[in-house]
Design a protein around this ligand. Structure first.
Ligand SMILES: Nc1ncnc2c1ncn2[C@@H]1O[C@H](COP(=O)(O)OP(=O)(O)OP(=O)(O)O)[C@@H](O)[C@H]1O
Length: 294
């Protein structure tokens, strides 16, 4: 089965005042339906560009990208508009971009349904189920300015989901929040992922995020570098044990990006020596590189 988010060898080049910037340099990312994934990376690594492509705002220069079976390179303008309205939902960092200031939280959540022409009775039912799921009930009658940042983002998640998209994208949803509110928002994203089965992709600067979600993917220089998978297991004494494992991505033709600290520690550059062992492959510095290290 095709993954719900499927990018391979994705390239995005921006040309500004005669200068070309390669924001994505052959990025490969696969996310299965129902997964919750965080994308982390330094400023300028290409996170926003990836999100702009996945949400249909930018068109890739080369490569392949599809979301929920929609090919993002070949879509017509009309298909793109429908894709943005029906297939995907978004939560942005700036709460002002997510919510209309003169409407209450509940009215904000109902707005996309009204625009989509959903009958009034159905609207009320759908809004209420999200209010319950996200624990918004106590402040559903308040306007955004009367809500904390964490509460605003929970309302924004409900707004993004009310049209039942297949994938929810969140761009720095906790960027303007303190630790306590950030945790509340991550919990809310986890709850909608678990309860509604919606695929969630979060872009964030927050390096701590890998302790909050199951899968964290790191982008470096417009390519994926490493991934951390976290799992919880119950040991023989009934205690929960958290385990995290680090992976690197191997692309279609067998290229991989070694973690930066391995490259630095071993002084790897240019050619390296590779060797096939029984059940794994080894990467060694050359004799000259070993000499230079000494
Ligand atoms: N519209 C554009 N025109 C020209 N260059 C751009 C444009 N958008 C992004 N870039 C460049 O592409 C590269 C990747 O930028 P991008 O915004 O995707 O990174 P980012 O990881 O999201 O950074 P940040 O965390 O600071 O938002 C940067 O060098 C940036 O300057």
């Amino acid at each position: 089965m095709t993954p719900q988010i499927d990018c391979s060898d994705l390239v995005k080049i921006f040309s500004a005042e005669g200068v070309e910037v390669q924001a994505l340099q052959g990025l490969t990312l696969r996310v299965e339906s129902g997964e919750l994934t965080a994308i982390v990376g330094a400023s300028g690594s290409g996170k926003s560009t990836l999100l702009a492509i996945l949400t249909g705002l930018e068109i890739p220069t080369a490569g392949r990208a599809s979301v929920a079976g929609h090919d993002l390179l070949t879509m017509t303008a009309a298909q793109r508009t429908r894709y943005r309205r029906e297939t995907v939902g978004f939560v942005w960092q700036q709460t002002s971009r997510n919510l209309l200031p003169y409407y209450t939280a509940a009215q904000n959540i109902a707005m996309p349904l009204a625009l989509a022409g959903v009958p009034r009775a159905k609207r009320a039912e759908r809004v209420q189920s999200l209010i319950d799921l996200l624990g918004i009930g106590d402040f559903a009658g308040r306007r955004p300015a009367q809500l904390s940042g964490g509460q605003q983002q929970r309302v924004a998640i409900a707004v993004a989901l009310v049209n039942q998209p297949e994938v929810l994208f969140a761009d720095e949803p906790t960027g303007e929040l303190d630790d306590v509110n950030s945790q509340v928002v991550f919990d809310a994203l986890g709850a909608v992922n678990r309860e509604l089965g919606v695929t969630v992709l979060i872009v964030t600067h927050d390096e701590e995020v890998s302790s909050k979600v199951r899968r964290t993917v790191q982008i470096r220089d417009g390519r994926l570098s490493t991934e951390v998978h976290r799992s919880t297991e119950t040991d023989e004494f009934g205690e929960e044990q958290h385990r995290s494992q680090e992976f690197v991505v191997l692309d279609r033709v067998g290229r991989l990006q070694l973690p930066q600290e391995y490259v630095k520690t071993l002084g790897l550059a240019g050619l390296v020596r590779v060797e096939l062992a029984d059940d794994h492959a080894q990467v060694h510095p050359t004799d000259q590189q070993k000499g230079a290290e000494r």
